[in-house]
Design a protein around this ligand. Structure first.
Ligand code: C2E
Ligand code: CA
Ligand code: CA
Ligand code: CA
Length: 278
């Protein structure tokens, strides 16, 4: 038994060391990525359900690692958050998305809005409104074309500063969107406290439609509540015709998901938009 105990201990130590090494090398590579500009944005269309018009796109971050290839955000955003690297990465994302949106608008075939994900750290930073303001100025993009997505849980965990920062952002004319809505059990009071324009129903509910487990009822309730508050409601993660049909029947405004398109590079999206509006 003693022998086993030691082996188990050794096993855990090794596992921990591996995790620590992995974490360290990820951090090192991430710092290099920031320096070498190894990031790209992919864009996923947001489609108005009533007429199929692409009203928006969401910018989603990818890391083009020269050794590994394309790395998805779930693998590096947490480390970027912990190390504070997210501030510089987030700035790059905002700058790139706004520049791209302005280019689409000046070419005359853009969507109405580009959505950018803000990390919890970004909504705690007092500099964020000034940063966004500066980027809108330098790219010439009007605030109404920028949608800032903040997760419901990030919003709930923030102190009193978050409300003020969001109001300062709102004053720039941008739109505020609550991401992953329905997962954080926030109350209606939150929606009143923050200057919100849009709710995005979390894909965990959408993907269970149509079902009997209650997820569909939650989605329907969010749609009804959002509508009654005059908010745009976006369903994300829509993959099937049956899901889209359910959303249409419940008067959901906009959908996003593989059923319309996966997130794609800017050029591919542009071609896709041109074909669809022909
Ligand atoms: P999110 O903001 O909830 O983005 C939606 C995620 O669902 C994206 O994953 C998207 O590719 C995926 N998705 C879209 N449609 C479907 C579908 O029909 N089925 C399925 N199964 N998935 C779908 P992605 O691009 O891997 O991003 C994951 C998360 O990483 C995002 O979740 C967001 O929280 C975060 N993220 C992405 N880009 C950024 C960024 O620029 N900054 C920050 N702070 N976070 C980001
Ligand atoms: Ca939007
Ligand atoms: Ca999002
Ligand atoms: Ca989401």
């Amino acid at each position: 038994a003693k022998e086993l105990g030691r082996n188990t201990f050794q096993f855990y130590t090794e596992a921990l060391t591996h995790a620590a090494i992995h974490r360290l090398s990820l951090e090192t590579r991430l710092r290099r990525a920031v320096q070498n500009d190894e990031f790209v944005l992919h864009y996923q269309p947001q489609v108005r359900i009533s007429d199929g018009r692409v009203v928006g796109v969401e910018a989603l971050l990818r890391w083009q690692d020269p050794d590994i290839g394309l790395v998805f955000p779930d693998e590096f955003i947490p480390v970027a958050e912990e190390t504070g690297l997210i501030t510089r990465i987030g700035e790059w994302v905002l700058q790139t998305a706004c520049r791209q949106m302005q280019e689409w608008l000046s070419n005359g075939h853009g969507p109405d809005t580009v959505a950018v994900n803000l990390s919890p750290r970004q909504i705690q930073l007092n500099d964020t409104p000034a940063l966004v303001d500066g980027i809108l100025q330098s790219t010439g993009l009007a605030g109404r074309h920028l949608d800032l997505e903040i997760t419901e849980t990030a919003l709930m965990e923030q102190g009193p500063d978050a409300a003020r920062i969001l109001h300062d952002l709102k004053a720039l004319g941008v739109r505020i969107s609550i991401d992953d809505f329905g997962t954080g059990y926030s109350s209606l009071a939150y929606l009143q406290r923050f200057p919100v324009d849009e709710l995005k129903i979390d894909q965990s509910f959408v993907q269970k439609i149509p079902d009997t487990s209650g997820a569909a009822e939650i989605a329907a309730t969010i749609i009804a509540m959002g509508r009654s508050l005059g908010l745009t409601v976006v369903a994300e993660g829509v993959e099937t015709d049956a899901q889209l049909e359910f959303l249409r029947n419940h008067n959901c405004g906009v959908y996003q998901g593989y059923l319309a398109s996966r997130p794609v590079p800017a050029l591919v999206l542009q071609q896709w938009l041109t074909v669809r509006t022909d």
